[in-house]
Each structure stands twice: as structure tokens, then as C-alpha cells.
Design a protein around this ligand. Structure first.
Ligand code: X8Z
Ligand code: ZN
Length: 614
């Protein structure tokens, strides 16, 4: 369908209030299953056409930020929402779910997803729905179009930088003034985004309430078939379970960093600019003798992407379609071009069929090496469930954390020494100190990430949406929570007109779902443990999936059905267990003794001023 027809159709649907769906007058003569089949036969082709248009427009707006592209994106999203959120579709879907027991499982799942899509912009309240669509594009454009800057003169930027440049300073520099300047620069975008987030909070809550949810956070959590309380309980359990090891890591890191920066009075909360990541979600570069970035020296960014593809192919996945390389935007904007693009990595399933793309800014760093594996995980998930047995509405992960977990699993596999030796990133002469290798992995992996993902991000967003935080309290609440969960403090007072949380892309354009990554981590270690012990019969700390098609086959069993199956059942069938953090904790357990020895004589109690997790 060409774009103008899609628009006309959508306008028609929204203005006359009719979905164009087959009439329901004879509903009494049809079974609910027949009714549902008819509705889906009408719905699917339009969904495919309009969502493709919307994804294409969003792709252009994210890879070449301009007013025109933002406008086109809003137009395409409005057309899509006019259809997906159409009042009659909502009514028909709700009516069908009253007879859910008479629908087959896959049909019921599709109708639920139909309502989930409708909740994005329900046309039962067209003004609200359209306002949300427009506000979403505007906020993305503010973030994607922002010019980060290390120095200004009379308000003019004299040293423009990319986020890759900022990250490099935070990973490499030993100069605290330089670090502070880079950290501040990373937060400068906050005031530009604060009011947009507050406006979006109102609109997101509004559309969720229109669909019968209490707030937007509750709506997003419903993807897991859970309530907000159940989700927060699960997340808090993960924080508590990782806390003993995290406390030891935190203690070790603050002494290590104080020594590195020549500070004799070791602070109880780690100043945020001491850590090699803008939000302290990962703590790289801390372990002497483990220099992951050095393994990338001399490798072109293109090699990183190709090697990730080779990893998947070695497990029996197909080569990426040519169109992936033609259409993706994988590297930083070349010098001399003024185009601005979204700086955060993402993977796109443009047409819910074969048009798959990734947006990245790959440079030759370890972080981009693992991120590339992460993004290709999304891409191979898209490819796996784009098959005739999975209807368009269910071309998703078993739940959102499965989608995040697949690539993280392969990134974990790609970080294992036997594989790194096999592909020549680690030479035979380079000995590995296993405990220190594991220490680096914990600092850059789930043990520091869990307090951020399950703690800071999830609690902040819960408070934002369910608690209606006022705009001028966003910064204060953010830092209270960062202290409580991550044991990190801002290097200086933060302004009440700012929004340091807003500098995290997901707060703006992937809202109320950061727990996906926390749960993905749990899933990753559960799958890794199963693959290593039961499929490959190897130690999970030195386990090589490369050239092992049985691993690919196992992963495809999980990925191919998309969202046609219940996520809990998929996990039980494939690992024999319910979701459990045990394998993750077991993986890092050898560190505890090492850290307790290292921390002997130090006061490692959790800083009282930070407060305990809720
Ligand atoms: O956003 C991402 C991916 C894209 S889905 C690169 N991640 C989270 C982040 O960067 O904050 C991967 C792990 C956490
Ligand atoms: Zn992802």
C-alpha cells in the first residue's frame, strides 16, 4: 500500500468512527472464533501496511533528524494509531475477550496484542491519542538532535562532541577535572528534555487510563501478565539477592578509584564522574590486567559487525540479508556531514517481515563489540519469528526480556576466553587470571547492572508514572534512588530545573520498561548455564558456542514461535526451571571470597546515608 492510500484510509477510519471491519450485526450467527478470524483477516494486512509506513518514517526521523522528518513521523504514527487505536476495533476486541474461553490460544493472544497496540493511542479519546503521538516524536527529536558540547564561549559551543567521545573520556581519562567536565556535558541535555517528559508522563498515563489501566507503568508491566506490585517484588528480590556481592564490589571499587585519583579520604558513595559510564550502569576499566578495549585495537568497526554475524552463522543462523547492510546505519556520521542521528543502538523490524535494520554508531571498543552482538540478537529474533506460523500481531519476543536477552546471551558467549582465543583476540601468550577476569565481568555485567536496572530505573519510572512526581522534584528523586540502589552520588548539587534521568534514552523513548533488561540478565545466565552444562558439557566460565549448531537449534526453538507461547512455559520447557537468578549468582560466587580478602580491614557496610533498598 502506498503512503497516501494508507493516510486516506486511516483518516476515514478515525473520522467516521468505523473500522471498516466486517459488520458485527450477524454476530449471533457466528461463533466468537469465527468472529475473531474475520476481524484478524481484515486487521492483519492493514496492520502490516500502516506499521511499515510508521517504522519507515521513524527510521528516517531517527537517522536524519529534521523538522520535516519529525513531522512525517508524526503523520505516519497518527495514521497507524488511527487504525490500531480505532474505537470500533477496541470494542470488538473487548467483546471477543469476553468469550476468551471459546477462542483458541493463538487467537486469544492476538486479540490481547491488538488491545495492547490500541493502548498506544486509543481513538476513544482522539485528542489525547493524537497529542501523545505528536509529543513522542517531538521528544525523540529533542534528544536525537541534541549537540553535546565540552566547551562553550558566550553560550556558543566551541567543542562539539558525540556521546562516543564523552564515553571515551569517562572510560580512559585519569584526570578528575576532565572527567567532571565530560560528565557534566552528558547531563546538559536534561533541561531540554524535562518538560517534554512531564508532558509525556501525563499523556502516557492518559492513554493507559483510557484503556482501563491505573497508569502507564502498570500498562507496560502487563506485557508479562503481572501487576506492578508483582513486578516490583520480583525486581526487589533481584536487588536483594545481588546485594551481598554488589556491596563487596562497591567497597572494592571505591577504594580502588580513590587510590587511582589520589583521594585519601575514601568516599562512602562513589562520585558519579569517577565511574566509566554516564549512569554508572557498568563499571569498566577498573581491573588492572584486564583491558578488554585493547583487544579491539587494529580492528575496523566493520569487522566488529561482521564477526558478530559470523558468530550467529557459526551456530547455524543464516547470513544477514543484503538489505540489512544496505539499509542499516551502523557507524558514526562521517566527518563533514551535518546530519544528526540517534546515538543509541537499536534494532528495527521495519515491515514485520524481511526488512531488518540496525541503527548504531559502532567504533572499535569492547562496549560496541558486545552491543553489536546484542543488536544482532534482536535481528535474528526478528528473522526467526517471521514465518507463516507466527501471525503479524505475535511477531515479538515470548516477552520483551527474551528479546533483550538473546543478544546479551551471545555477547556473554563472545566474552568467554576460549572463543576469544579461537578468533585471535586473545593470544596464547596472554595468560588469564580467572578471578580478575570474573571481577571485570561482574563490574561490567549483571552485578553492577542489576541495582541500576531493577533498582534505579524501575523505581524512578514507577514513581514517575504511578506517583506523579512534580517536575522540579525529578532530579532530587533520581539521586535519592541512585544513592539507595547504586551507592553513587552526584559530584555536585544538581539543579531543580534539570532532569538527569532524562539523559538516559529509555526514559524518553522506551518508557517504563527498563526492567526488561534486568530480567533479560537473569534469563541470560539461566540459558547460558543450561547450554554450557547440558548441551555443550562445558564450564559456564569457559564455554564456547562458536561453530556449535546445536546451540543455534536450541535458541531457534525459543525464538521461532515469537509470542505465540506463554513465556513461563517456554522457559520451563527449555531449561527445566522457572525464572531464577541462581545460575547468575552461582556464576559470580567465586568472587565473594576474593573480594572479602581484598576488602579486609575496610568498612564495607552499605553507606547508611544512602538508605536501604525499599
Ligand atoms: O539499550 C540497550 C541496547 C539497545 S536495546 C543497546 N541496552 C541497555 C542500555 O544501553 O541501557 C543494552 C543493555 C542495557
Ligand atoms: Zn536491545
Amino acid at each position: 500500500m502506498t503512503r497516501p492510500i494508507a493516510l486516506v484510509l486511516a483518516l476515514l477510519l478515525s473520522s467516521c468512527g468505523s473500522s471498516g471491519a466486517p459488520p458485527a450485526e450477524h454476530a449471533t450467527e457466528r461463533t466468537p472464533q469465527e468472529e475473531a478470524d474475520l476481524l484478524l483477516a481484515f486487521y492483519d494486512p492493514i496492520l502490516l501496511a500502516l506499521s511499515t509506513e510508521a517504522s519507515r518514517a521513524a527510521w528516517v526521523a531517527s537517522t536524519d533528524v529534521s523538522e520535516e522528518h519529525t513531522g512525517a513521523r508524526t503523520g505516519a504514527d497518527t495514521a497507524f494509531s488511527a487504525f490500531a487505536g480505532n474505537a470500533e476495533i477496541i470494542e470488538r476486541a473487548r467483546a471477543l475477550l469476553e468469550h476468551e474461553a471459546e477462542l483458541d490460544d493463538i487467537t486469544a493472544r492476538q486479540i490481547h496484542h491488538m488491545l495492547e497496540l490500541a493502548a498506544g493511542a486509543p481513538m476513544t479519546n482522539p485528542e489525547l491519542a493524537r497529542a501523545r503521538v505528536a509529543a513522542e516524536s517531538a521528544q525523540s527529536a529533542r534528544l536525537d538532535g541534541y549537540q553535546f558540547c565540552l566547551a562553550r564561549e558566550a553560550g556558543e559551543c566551541t567543542q562539539p562532541v558525540t556521546t562516543n567521545d564523552i564515553d571515551r573520556v569517562l572510560v580512559e581519562s585519569r584526570d578528575l577535572d576532565e572527567r567532571l567536565n565530560a560528565w557534566r556535558a552528558s547531563k546538559d541535555v536534561g533541561p531540554t528534555l524535562r518538560d517534554g517528559l512531564v508532558e509525556l508522563r501525563g499523556l502516557r498515563n492518559g492513554v493507559a487510563q483510557e484503556m482501563g489501566y491505573q497508569d502507564f507503568f502498570q500498562f507496560q508491566v502487563s506485557n508479562y501478565g503481572m501487576s506492578t506490585e508483582e513486578m516490583m517484588e520480583l525486581l526487589d528480590r533481584l536487588v536483594v539477592e545481588t546485594r551481598p556481592l554488589f556491596s563487596q564490589l562497591h567497597c572494592w571499587a571505591r577504594y580502588e578509584l580513590a587510590q587511582r585519583y589520589g583521594v585519601t579520604d575514601v568516599p562512602r558513595l562513589i562520585p558519579a564522574h569517577w565511574i566509566g559510564n554516564r549512569w554508572g550502569q557498568s563499571w569498566p576499566g577498573l581491573v588492572d590486567g584486564v583491558d578488554m578495549d585493547s583487544m579491539m585495537t587494529g580492528r575496523e568497526p566493520e569487522w566488529l559487525v561482521q564477526q558478530a554475524e559470523r558468530f550467529y552463522q557459526s551456530m547455524g543462523f543464516t547470513a544477514l540479508p543484503e538489505s540489512f547492510y544496505e539499509n542499516s546505519d551502523l557507524y558514526p556520521v562521517p566527518e563533514g556531514q551535518t546530519r544528526r542521528k540517534n546515538a543509541h543502538a537499536s534494532a528495527w523490524h521495519i515491515d514485520l517481515r524481511e526488512d531488518v535494520r540496525s541503527l548504531m554508531s559502532v567504533e572499535s571498543t569492547w562496549d560496541w563489540f558486545t552491543t553489536t552482538h546484542h543488536e544482532l540478537g534482536h535481528i535474528y529474533y526478528y528473522i526467526s519469528y517471521s514465518n507463516p506460523d507466527v501471525p503479524p500481531l505475535l511477531r515479538e519476543g515470548a516477552n520483551r526480556s527474551y528479546h533483550e536477552g538473546m543478544g546479551d546471551l551471545i555477547a556473554l558467549a563472545a566474552s568467554q576466553p576460549p572463543y576469544l582465543r579461537e578468533i585471535g583476540l586473545l593470544s596464547d601468550e596472554q595468560d588469564i587470571d580467572e578471578v580478575r577476569w570474573l571481577l571485570d565481568s561482574a563490574l561490567t555485567g549483571p552485578i553492577t547492572f542489576m541495582p541500576f536496572a531493577a533498582g534505579t530505573m524501575s523505581h524512578f519510572e514507577r514513581d514517575l508514572y504511578a506517583g506523579e512526581l512534580p517536575a522540579d522534584e525529578l532530579n532530587q528523586r533520581w539521586w535519592e534512588i541512585v544513592g539507595r540502589y547504586q551507592g553513587i552520588a552526584p559530584p555536585e548539587d544538581r539543579p531543580s530545573n534539570g532532569c538527569d534521568a532524562c539523559t538516559k534514552t529509555h526514559i524518553n523513548d522506551d518508557p517504563a520498561q527498563y526492567y526488561d533488561y534486568a530480567l533479560a540478565n537473569v534469563l541470560v545466565y539461566q540459558l547460558h548455564d543450561h547450554i554450557c552444562r547440558n548441551l555443550l558439557h562445558q564450564d559456564p566460565h569457559a564455554c564456547n558456542y562458536y561453530n556449535r549448531p546445536e546451540v543455534g537449534e536450541f535458541l531457534r526453538t525459543i525464538m521461532t514461535p515469537g509470542a505465540t507461547r506463554d513465556w513461563r512455559q517456554v522457559l520451563r520447557e527449555n531449561t527445566g526451571r522457572d525464572l531464577t537468578a541462581e545460575p547468575m549468582l552461582e556464576y559470580y560466587a567465586p568472587l565473594m571470597t576474593y573480594l572479602q580478602q581484598q576488602n579486609q580491614g575496610r568498612d564495607c557496610s552499605w553507606p547508611a546515608e544512602a538508605g536501604a533498598p525499599e
